[in-house]
Design a protein around this ligand. Structure first.
Ligand code: UT7
Length: 326
């Protein structure tokens, strides 16, 4: 059976940078508090003219170039996002058209910060099942549009950006070895954006609707994240009969440096083997893993044959882990 291998990565960060010091002017917070509690120093913010699809297209073009393929070779487009351009058409359809892909299937996937790990798994399944050979998987977010800029408990956390990968069928020993996904709807109210959904029909003024912004019970979310991610990485290694010391790189969802450190500690992995960019990028939800992955590929940290562990956690609640041989 073929498995899916990442043959190209790309990412895009909007030009505007918002520092912790900038945030000190907006809400009662301090650079020291944000750095100590989250590890974040700055994040990127999309221009008013930039939509989720624009970020996704820019990241995808770089991934396509890195893979050395033509857009017409792509036979499935997947976008993971909590901030799509529109309810429909999907952002994936907009990306497919802009890139000049053929009339191939394209759809969005909603799993909040776990979106990329979920979408990667869907792409892998299409390839394993023989329905696709080359898949474009994107995580793209303009979270700045759903952040409550008056709420210091959340506005310091999030940023905008996109990351993309090209998955291709391979019979080599490289590629995705396993994937484990989970969800616990019982904990849906820990982290949510309630509107616009049909439960909150609202008016044409989307951003005036109550509940259109991120609401999070941060401390409880933090505790569940540390526990479930610890379990997820354990499950991933066990499924591959792998010892933690066989992992070369951990590429975690970049929500909070303390959550990342807790997971690395659970694995007994030194932080030198963890790809971290939360300090410069903040939490970009579904985009965070592919952005971090692209950085590690481009700066030469990831080397062929190495074992890579991805893990993510987010609203839903959702979480999951993927093991790959690079
Ligand atoms: O992406 C996927 C899901 N998201 C996450 O995984 C995020 C998980 N949660 C977190 O990362 C952390 O819970 C936060 C960073 C959001 C908060 O850190 P914490 O250590 O859990 O702080 P806390 O919520 O317990 O708040 C401690 C204190 C509170 O003050 P009092 O009640 O002790 O007087 C907060 O009001 O810190 C206060 N506080 C702030 N102070 C300065 C909360 N936000 C801020 C802020 N600046 N920005």
């Amino acid at each position: 059976m073929p498995r899916a291998r990442i043959i190209g990565t790309g990412s895009y960060l909007p030009e505007q940078v918002l520092t912790n010091h900038d945030l000190e002017e907006r809400v009662e917070t301090s650079d020291a508090w944000i750095v100590e509690r989250t590890g974040i120093r700055e994040r990127h913010i999309a221009a008013a003219t930039e939509q989720c699809s624009d970020l996704a297209i820019a990241a995808s073009r770089r991934a396509i170039a890195a893979a050395g393929i033509a857009a017409t070779e792509i036979d499935l487009v997947l976008v993971a996002s909590a901030t799509p351009d529109m309810a429909f058409p999907s952002t994936a359809c907009l990306v497919q058209q802009a890139l000049g892909c053929g009339p191939v299937p394209a759809f969005d996937l909603s799993a909040a910060c776990s979106g990329f790990v979920y979408a990667l798994t869907v792409g892998d399944q299409f390839i394993r099942g023989g329905a696709a050979k080359t898949v474009l998987v994107i995580g793209s977010e303009v979270l700045s549009r759903i952040v409550d800029w008056s709420d210091r408990t959340t506005c310091v956390l999030f940023g905008d950006g996109a990351g993309a990968v090209i998955l291709q069928a391979t019979d080599s020993g490289h590629g995705l070895l396993s994937s484990h996904l989970h969800a616990e709807g019982r904990l849906a109210d820990l982290l949510m954006v309630a509107a616009p959904g049909k439960r909150h029909p609202g008016t044409g003024e989307v951003f005036a609707i109550e509940g259109a912004l991120i609401q999070m019970r941060g401390n409880e979310t933090f505790r569940v994240a540390v526990r479930t991610l610890g379990e997820a990485v354990g499950e991933a290694l066990e499924a591959n009969n792998m010892a933690p010391e066989e992992v070369d790189w951990l590429i975690p969802h970049q929500a909070n440096i303390r959550i990342i450190e807790a997971t690395a500690k659970r694995l007994g992995l030194p932080m030198e083997q963890v790809v971290v960019n939360v300090d410069r990028v903040g939490n970009t939800s579904a985009a965070s893993i592919p952005i971090a992955l692209d950085e590690a590929v481009r700066d030469g940290r990831l080397q062929e044959g190495q074992t890579v562990l991805l893990e993510a956690f987010g609203g839903g609640l959702t979480w999951g882990a993927v093991v790959m041989r690079w």
